[in-house]
Design a protein around this ligand. Structure first.
Ligand SMILES: Cc1cc2nc3c(=O)[nH]c(=O)nc-3n(C[C@H](O)[C@H](O)[C@H](O)COP(=O)(O)OP(=O)(O)OC[C@H]3O[C@@H](n4cnc5c(N)ncnc54)[C@H](O)[C@@H]3O)c2cc1C
Length: 378
């Protein structure tokens, strides 16, 4: 057998939010970590860029001061139905707005400063044998370790390679995001519905406005291009029309992604502990995916530390992590999936959004059911 090119205590596949958080956590405890990320930093990502304050105690523990990125501080939600009927509510815990460009890059620099190796390469296969995993890269190199964390996001070549169920089911969702210059309050996140989708609006650092919408392909395909779709569908909501008509795009063209799946996934597969979207993506309407990605990295890192310090067996580590994941996230994802199903049907979606604007308590309830509490540090 060929000698591996690298080895580590832990290999993390994917250097997004979950992967980099796991790398910072594990290296802080003295473990040798290799992150394999196919893209280079910094990079813009399709995301609403509103992060729940749930993560703040954990960021503090990781010695990450988010204030250095000059985020906006968001404590209110402005919600509207397609017709423009709207309501404002306070967010119980609140959050902050920061671009993924800045956030992921900061986490990357922190991981590197803690001596994590970050390889720019793509993982093509993971083979588990004799209590060790061998990770095969596009460059032809191999990396081995006794623990692998899967942090490769919502949809990756590895999902196909591993034959994960969700990969073969068609998903109707696509998303469009761009940064803008425009007037918008710093402390508000807007959640505005339109036929077949919804749009999130909030400020990030440097007075930049992030506008990101999710829509189903059926609505989208009837139009010539993004501009046409925005004008004839998204802007039918008067709030969105006002925001889009009075803002100037900073990106040359918007970023888009498709095939966004909210299907159930296994959180341990082939002895890989899955974290972030690789374990399950909550509907973005809930604005909780990033907090969950970061929190799941903490839970996996703690389970891995127990195993590598020989306090529990591999089997116990895997069972322990699955239990923690289910306790913390399973219900939130279920609610998110339910909301997503409603959104898939324009008529139901309009009824729900209208009901919410008439019965504001429903919105508070949805926020409570799809968000967690501050991450507890023991
Ligand atoms: C439209 C939309 C809006 C959203 N808005 C919000 C919001 O406002 N608030 C919120 O909290 N959440 C939001 N989310 C969810 C949030 O973006 C995700 O939950 C979060 O990005 C998950 O982080 P992650 O680390 O799991 O995945 P990612 O950040 O996607 O990282 C995965 C990484 O793995 C790498 N990778 C993949 N395959 C390989 C491979 N084979 N080899 C090497 N590297 C690989 C990728 O390049 C990528 O960098 C939104 C999601 C969508 C789709």
């Amino acid at each position: 057998m060929k000698t591996p090119d690298f080895n580590a205590d832990v290999i993390i596949i994917g250097g997004g939010l979950a992967g980099l958080t796991g790398a910072i956590h594990l290296s802080k405890t003295g473990l040798r970590v290799i992150v394999i990320e196919k893209n280079s930093y910094p990079k813009h990502k399709v995301c609403g860029e509103y992060i729940s304050n749930e993560v703040l105690p954990y960021f503090k523990w990781l010695d990450l001061d988010i204030e250095n990125l000059h985020p906006t501080h968001i404590d209110s939600l402005h919600f509207s139905s397609e017709s423009g009927k709207s309501l404002k509510t306070k967010l119980p815990l609140g959050g902050f707005g920061v671009s993924r460009y800045a956030l992921d890059h900061t986490l990357y620099l922190k991981a590197v400063s803690q001596k994590c190796a970050v390889l720019e390469d793509q993982v093509n296969e993971v083979v588990f044998n004799n209590d060790f995993s061998t990770v095969h890269l596009s460059s032809g190199k191999t990396v081995t370790s006794s623990v692998v964390l899967g942090a490769f996001g919502k949809r990756s070549n590895l999902d196909q390679k591993m034959g994960r169920d969700f990969f073969h089911k068609k998903s109707p969702w696509l998303a469009v995001k761009s940064h803008y210059k425009g007037d918008f309050p710093d402390d508000v996140v807007g959640l505005h519905n339109f036929k077949g989708g919804y749009c999130g609006v909030s400020k990030v650092e440097n007075n930049v406005l992030n506008i990101c919408y999710l829509t189903n392909f059926e609505s989208f395909k009837k139009f010539k291009n993004i501009e046409d779709f925005q004008e004839k569908t998204v802007e039918r909501n008067p709030h969105l029309k006002n925001i889009l008509r009075n803002s100037e795009a900073i990106f040359e063209k918007p970023l888009t992604i498709s095939q966004i799946s909210f299907e159930k996934k296994n959180n341990v597969e082939n002895h890989i502990l899955m974290i972030g979207d690789t374990a399950g993506l909550i509907h973005p309407l809930c604005g909780n995916g990033m907090a969950m990605a970061i929190h799941s990295a903490k839970l996996a890192s703690e389970s891995v530390s127990e195993f590598l310090n020989q306090r529990i067996s591999r089997e116990e580590m895997e069972i322990h992590y699955q239990k923690l994941w289910n306790t913390n996230f399973k219900k939130r994802l279920r609610y998110g999936r339910f909301l997503g199903k409603i959104l898939e049907h324009s008529a139901l979606s309009e009824i729900l959004t209208k009901m919410i604007t008439f019965i504001p308590f429903m919105l508070s309830l949805i926020i409570r059911k799809t968000h967690g509490n501050e991450i507890v540090i023991k």
